[in-house]
Write a protein that binds this ligand. Structure first.
Ligand SMILES: Cc1cc2nc3c(=O)[nH]c(=O)nc-3n(C[C@H](O)[C@H](O)[C@H](O)COP(=O)(O)O)c2cc1C
Length: 196
């Protein structure tokens, strides 16, 4: 079983990546193979809306998304870890999500079933605020809606998210042993859930 772990924060070893590393430990102890990518380190250009994917079923932009595309097709699960940036994902992560339009087109316009059975996803988010977003909106509604939509295009079933508030300084999560334990358990659960 292969899981693709995506760290979307531009801040190396920050809160969301710490959570991701714990999930990876849990996944590995549950028997999964994990490939981790720091999204910012990948050369992934923004979607240009050229529409070629509607004709070809593939994205024509030649960059590192092509390799990730193949991994995303053959994996059994994806974990996406992100800080909350203006209620959503940072720019590098958003570029990656927009490039996943090729999966949305395959599913909804071309009627292709690229994945066969449903796969698993995990979402990890850390943010600075403590309770509500602007106007009292739930803090994580934006990012959860976005990720649910993208993961659906990827044939991924939504699992519980791990969402952490009050984590602004870089080491907030590193000092939160309960959060780290929870993340590790989540990884283990995800791996064992997939193997049954
Ligand atoms: C550009 C930017 C936008 C942010 N927007 C939000 C926000 O909308 N809500 C919030 O609670 N925190 C916001 N934050 C704080 C981060 O979400 C928080 O520090 C997070 O834990 C960082 O995770 P990381 O260490 O993995 O990068 C923002 C931080 C930055 C730099």
């Amino acid at each position: 079983m292969l899981v693709i772990a995506l760290a979307a924060s531009p801040r190396k070893n920050g809160n969301s990546e710490k959570l991701l590393d714990e999930v990876i430990e849990g996944l590995r102890s549950g028997g999964a193979e994990v490939k981790k990518h720091r999204v910012d380190k990948l050369d992934i250009k923004p979607c240009t809306g050229c529409g070629e994917c509607e004709k070809l079923g593939r994205c024509v932009i030649e960059d590192m998304f092509q390799e990730l595309y193949d991994q995303l097709i053959k994996c059994d699960g994806v974990v996406f870890a992100s800080p909350l940036y203006f209620m959503n994902v940072p720019a590098g992560g958003k570029a990656l999500l927009d490039r996943c339009q090729v999966f949305w087109i395959a599913k909804h316009r071309l009627g292709l079933d690229l994945f066969g059975e449903r796969r698993r996803m995990g979402l990890l988010v850390s943010c600075a605020a403590n309770e509500f977003g602007p106007g009292g909106a739930p803090l994580f509604r934006g990012i959860e809606d976005t990720m649910t939509y993208v993961f659906d295009a990827l044939g991924l079933e939504k699992m519980d998210s791990l969402l952490f508030t009050c984590a602004d300084s870089k080491d907030s999560i590193a000092g939160n042993l309960d959060a780290l334990r929870l993340a590790r358990e989540k990884g283990f659960y995800m791996a064992s859930g997939m193997s049954v």
